[in-house]
Design a protein around this ligand. Structure first.
Ligand code: TYD
Ligand code: MG
Length: 454
């Protein structure tokens, strides 16, 4: 018999090498190569292929009756683009303790209760009594929800065959192992193989599946990142340490938009949807303080008001520090350059920090003007007038460019009590007159800042 072929696999990126190396040549991570044994080669050729799938004309493919099934947890449904898709596989990543198990137990319970769907919660981390305790704590007692404490993939498949669930959670992919592989649970080859086989099962038996994956601190070893390309949807569950608020961010979605966010609060009875995130993100804002500007950004279909903070302080020595959190650092550098050259603000010898309060990321050029306003406000030590919001893209010549969906943003700001909006002239013309907000159009950054800081 040919001895099983072994190789060294990088636990960070999956690169394979015949011999051990101290540093992965692919991703540059040190000490990440671990010996793994290859699977017996699968049969090659025509006779090895399953005969079930046949090519057919697209026009003759039957239309799915109902695309998404609502879970009933509004913020989760929003992040998923309407609900779960039959046979769809969703990866939910996040730090340990952030609330992944809680959220998905609530989701399964909701689905099985509302829709009468048979649901299976497979936990490789907790015993069934622990899961029961959690469900009791959350006040859940759905009849059609099954729990299973198991880490062996083949044993899980046997139970799936018995229970025949329509929706399933695997908590977590890092604990599940397949007997077909020698490498330990959590290694990249185990995680990849088990995920691939779970996906296969989900598609064949039309089981909507959630895979939980821990993001590890040291650059996600065999973590969710290595699986992103395999699954249909990738959600990241995030939160600031010490805060009870959680944000569900969409990193990938084959069935819906990717810029949605879901906002939750972790309480005594589990995760509760936050229906009005703007209110939450602005709740701790101190009015009339220099270095703060409010911007209405679009998160998927929903406008959300966020506070951009900036701080300028004189640099102690050498190169001044430039730090940007929650916004693209390159964009911030560009805005700083425009402030320097086109507005005439002197930034040399000043440490500059920009942060989006609440831990949300902004990746819209619409926030440029807000970033510039916060920076200028801190540099001049003059607050942006309290009832003002601002948006617009800043160009390299110092011009303010129009952005999309201005009216939707203004309406959100008005709803939260803002009375004035500084915006690109083109957007002002497009929106026209709004009775409950004063719109002030600006052509250049210098003009816009004059108005904001007046
Ligand atoms: P958990 O869902 O176990 O996190 P994960 O699966 O991502 O590791 O949640 C763990 C934390 O949530 C834990 O610190 C306790 C807290 N928690 C609540 O505050 N309220 C609740 O109702 C529950 C079930 C947990
Ligand atoms: Mg958990």
């Amino acid at each position: 018999m040919v001895p099983p072929k072994s190789y060294y696999a990088c636990q960070s990126c999956g690169h394979q090498s015949a011999k051990w190396l101290g540093r992965c040549p692919e991703c540059g991570t040190w000490n990440s190569l671990v010996e793994e044994t290859a699977l017996a080669p699968r049969r090659q050729g025509w006779e090895g292929l399953p005969s079930a799938a046949k090519a057919q004309p697209l026009v003759k493919v039957e239309q799915a009756k109902k695309s998404a099934i609502q879970i009933g947890i509004s913020e989760l449904d929003r992040a998923l683009g309407g609900g779960i898709v039959p046979g769809g596989v969703t990866l939910v990543g996040g730090d340990p303790g952030i609330g992944k198990s809680t959220l998905l137990l609530q989701a399964l319970a909701g689905l099985s209760e509302r829709e009468g769907i048979i649901a299976l919660y497979v936990s490789g981390e907790e015993s069934v009594t622990q899961t029961k305790l959690r469900a009791d704590r959350l006040g859940l007692s759905p009849v059609n929800l099954y729990v299973l404490a198991e880490t062996n993939l083949e044993a899980i498949f046997a139970q799936v065959d018995k229970v025949k669930p329509k929706v399933m959670v695997i908590d977590s992919v890092q604990t599940i192992y397949s007997s077909a592989l020698d490498s330990p649970p959590g290694s990249i080859s185990q995680v990849r193989e088990t995920t691939a086989r779970i996906i296969q099962l989900a598609k064949l038996a039309t089981i909507s599946t959630f895979l939980i994956g821990h993001v590890t601190k040291d650059g996600s070893l065999a973590g969710p990142r290595a699986l992103e390309h395999l699954v249909d949807t990738v959600l990241y569950f995030e939160g600031e340490p010490g805060s009870s608020y959680r944000i569900l961010r969409v990193a990938k979605n084959r069935f819906g938009p990717t810029d949605e966010i879901g906002v939750f609060e972790m309480g005594e009875a589990g995760l509760v949807c936050v229906a009005d995130p703007s209110l939450l993100f602005l709740s701790e804002r101190a009015a009339n303080v220099p270095g703060s500007a409010v911007v209405p950004v679009l998160k998927g279909t929903r406008p959300v008001l966020l506070e951009i903070q900036a701080l300028a302080s004189s640099a102690a020595f050498g190169m001044p520090r430039r730090t940007a959190l929650g916004v693209d650092a390159n964009r911030v550098s560009m805005i700083m350059a425009v402030l320097d050259r086109r507005v005439g603000l002197n930034l040399a010898g000043t440490d500059l920090f920009v942060n989006v309060a609440g831990g949300v990321r902004i990746d819209e050029p619409a926030a440029d003007l807000g970033i510039a306003a916060a920076l200028a406000s801190s540099l001049r030590n003059k607050p942006v007038e309290g009832g003002t919001v601002t948006f617009g893209e800043v160009g390299l010549t110092g011009e303010i460019r129009a952005i999309r969906r201005a009216e939707l943003r203004i309406r959100e700001a008005v709803k939260l009590g803002f009375t004035r909006c500084v915006l690109p002239v083109a957007n002002e013309k497009e929106v026209g007159k709004l009775s409950d907000a004063q719109l002030v159009g600006a052509r250049t950054l210098a003009q816009a800042l004059e108005i904001c800081l007046a």
